[in-house]
Design a protein around this ligand. Structure first.
Ligand code: FAD
Length: 662
């Protein structure tokens, strides 16, 4: 019988494996069935599929708590080229227009599906009056007008957003094709072709079971990465972060180990949020027209406006790049004019001048609802600190850095773009290692540089601002391509490059370490033969915070600091081999840490390679504190070699496909 340290090993073969149960995999899981049915009907080919999620899909991923806005909806008033322009400017000019444009022309379809499945979307009528929820009103698909909180955002009643989206996926796939509470640890390459994917291994976080999957195509969409930097919330606040704590860089690390090319891993997102609760600010800025000020009530975006001129053209756009908005705020903090305030009092007073008392009351309720929908902890802070937003302003704070590719960040995996949008060819791709596909499209939308390995959502690099709707749409696009890939590779028979016993031994090593040494001391956490996952995580966070531009140094680093960080990370990796797992929960924590360390290392290597500070306000290299458009207006990409454990960074040319002068 299976017991701790001696798990049952379940081997399974499928054609398509979906890793993750977030917005991207929900999109893929929903979409794939129609292409599988078409393949059966038209070609007589049976294609099998399975979705695995480390958590329970109804509340997994970044949308777990719900959201109050869908941040990407193009609508009839904008076009995908505008969207690609916005994405590019916000991410300091270096994004893939082919990916952004392609997303822009498909994303609305996902939003229409959400509405069809029952998600209440706010609407306005012909008189401009707003309705929270869409009951009885014309659907978006049929021309209904959404309430926009910003140019690209639309308001929803979204506490149950993830539940609704997951339900549709469950219905499409059927629950037999879904396995929850399985943490995927490693991807496995093909024995006969190392540049091809052949499977994945993981373990149940509930039972003593280990799963070995063989698959022809895999969608790796396990979200972004949090908790590689020491969070501002420590001690009594441990566990609070802006980004959901369960996405641990699995997407980036597993792809890197499988040999996939990563892109822009130097990019990070440092959101400015309500202090301590990490509550969202979008509705306050966009819907209530609130201003952020320094301690003495000066609007820093006006006071420090000329600083934007140092970064043309990104600083001079109607909405300056997100990192630059932080840059202007950080000046106030560094020069001692903090704290920074969200001036909710003035915003609500201004609204009172134009709106009726009933409407203002309604808006105040919406302010609370904004938190209740997506960040309930912030309500706790407001209640606990006696904050009534109409009477007392709230403090803002830039958070610790996070790595992600679908929100306001663009790190991730280098993927194949659409076939019908012009993109660079082999000639413009000088300097790219020979074994990699040249250009931006090598056949299957969403495929990485490893054959058969696809990604979506936070996984796709160089194309941020997709958000929940875009990640779902990208998952759907990947699903269609994967079915095509399986059809084109029907003769392929995946063979794992590592023996199953070796995979099992590697995954359960932290358990073995614990069982072997646990009786050496009487205090379970104090033992010279092992380190607890919690302590190891603290060490990683300390290194990244103090040397790789965390909050401790106001997001500043330099070549010397990064050299020290590299040495310390090497030692941390040695000690990571000695992590213990005293139960399945710690085994999960141990492997999350492995994924975090590799992701952190990629981040460090990319910042070291890029000889400039491309994202001022998100990070500064004090020794290269400028944006160098002449030499560094390019992608920084990397390849990790799992044998030598070395990273190779290189440049890829950047080309604008959309006219940015408009
Ligand atoms: P996720 O949805 O995060 O899904 C990742 C999935 O992978 C999860 O199911 C997780 O359990 C699983 N997983 C992780 N590791 C493993 C592993 N090793 N093995 C198996 N499974 C694994 N978008 C909007 O439109 N509007 C908003 O207001 C908005 N606010 C946001 C606020 C925050 C704090 C954040 C973080 C994001 C917000 N977004 C918003 C963006 C949106 O949530 C993301 O773009 C979207 O969820 C990304 O989809 P994904 O599938 O890539 O990742």
């Amino acid at each position: 019988m299976a017991e701790f340290g001696n798990p049952d090993v379940v081997e399974e073969s499928v054609d398509v494996l979906l890793i993750g149960g977030g917005m991207a995999c929900c999109g893929a899981g929903f979409e794939i069935m129609r292409w599988i049915e078409a393949a059966k009907k038209e070609k007589g080919v049976d294609i099998s599929v399975k979705l695995v999620d480390k958590a329970a899909m109804d509340r997994s991923g970044a949308v777990a708590q719900g959201l109050s806005a869908i941040n990407t909806y193009i609508g009839s008033e904008q076009d995908p080229a505008d969207y690609a322009r916005m994405v590019s400017n916000d991410l300091m000019g270096i994004t893939r227009d082919d990916l952004a444009y392609d997303l822009g022309r498909h994303v609305d379809e996902s939003v229409h599906l959400f509405e069809e499945w029952g998600l209440p979307i706010w609407k306005t009528d012909e008189n401009g009056e707003r309705f929270d929820g869409s009951k009885g009103m014309t659907s978006l698909k049929d021309g209904g007008k959404p309430v926009r909180s910003g140019k690209w955002q639309i308001m929803i009643n979204g506490e149950s957003y993830k539940w609704i989206v997951a339900e549709a996926t469950k219905k499409a796939l059927g629950t037999d094709r879904i396995q929850e509470r399985v943490f995927i640890v490693k991807l496995v390459n093909d024995k006969n072709d190392p540049s091809r994917i052949a499977g994945a291994v993981g373990f149940s976080t509930r039972d003593h079971k280990l799963f070995v999957y063989k698959a022809k195509a895999i969608l790796l969409a396990a979200g972004g990465c949090v908790n590689i930097f020491r969070p501002r919330s420590v001690g009594e606040g441990t566990g609070r972060a802006w980004y959901p704590v369960w996405n641990a860089g699995s997407t980036y690390s597993m792809a890197a180990e499988a040999g996939a090319e990563l892109t822009l891993m130097e990019n990070r997102f440092v959101p400015t949020r309500f202090k301590d609760g990490y509550g969202p600010v979008g509705a306050w800025f966009l819907l209530f027209k609130s201003q952020a000020t320094n301690a003495v009530g000066e609007t820093y975006m006006t006071r420090n406006k000329e600083m934007l001129d140092d970064y043309p053209p990104y600083g001079q756009a109607a909405v300056p790049a997100s990192c630059l908005r932080n840059h202007l705020m950080l000046k106030e903090m560094k020069e001692g004019r903090g704290p920074i305030w969200m001036d909710t009092v003035t915003a609500l007073a201004n609204l009172r001048e134009t709106l009726s008392p009933r409407e203002v009351k309604h808006l105040e309720a919406e302010a609370w609802e904004d938190f209740l929908d997506m960040c309930v902890g912030q309500c706790g802070i407001w209640v606990g600190e006696n904050i009534e937003p109409e009477k007392k302003n709230s403090e803002l704070m830039p958070t610790e850095p996070y790595l992600l590719g679908s929100h306001s960040g663009c790190c991730g995996i280098w993927t194949s773009g659409p076939t019908d949008v012009g993109a660079p060819t082999a000639e413009t791709e000088a300097g790219v290692p020979d074994h990699l596909p040249a250009g931006w499209n090598w056949g299957y939308r969403g495929m990485t540089t490893v054959k058969g390995l696809f990604t979506a959502g936070d996984g796709v690099g160089a194309s941020g601002h997709k958000f929940s709707s875009g990640s779902h749409a990208e998952g759907r696009m990947a699903a269609k391509s994967m079915v095509q890939y399986v059809l084109d590779n029907q003769d392929y028979n995946p063979e794992l490059d590592t023996a199953v016993e070796d995979l099992v031994a590697a995954i359960y090593q932290p358990v073995k370490t614990y069982l072997e040494h646990k009786d050496y001391t009487t205090a379970i956490d104090v033992n010279p033969n092992y380190i607890t996952p919690k302590m190891l995580q603290f060490r990683l966070q300390k290194i990244m915070d103090e040397y790789v531009a965390g909050v401790a140094t106001y997001y500043t680093t330099n070549a010397h600091m990064m050299e020290v960080a590299g040495e310390k990370l090497d030692m941390l990796k040695e000690d990571a081999e000695k992590m213990r797992a005293k139960d399945l929960h710690e085994l999960l924590r141990a492997w999350e840490n492995y994924h975090r360390i590799l992701t952190a290392e990629a981040h460090l290597k990319h910042i070291e390679f890029r000889q400039e500070s491309r994202y001022p306000g998100f990070y500064y290299r004090a020794d290269k504190n400028f944006v160098d458009e002449e030499n560094w207006h390019c992608f920084v990409n990397s390849i990790y070699d799992k044998e030598s454990k070395k990273w190779t960074c290189f440049k890829r040319a950047h080309v604008d496909l959309v006219d940015k002068s408009k």
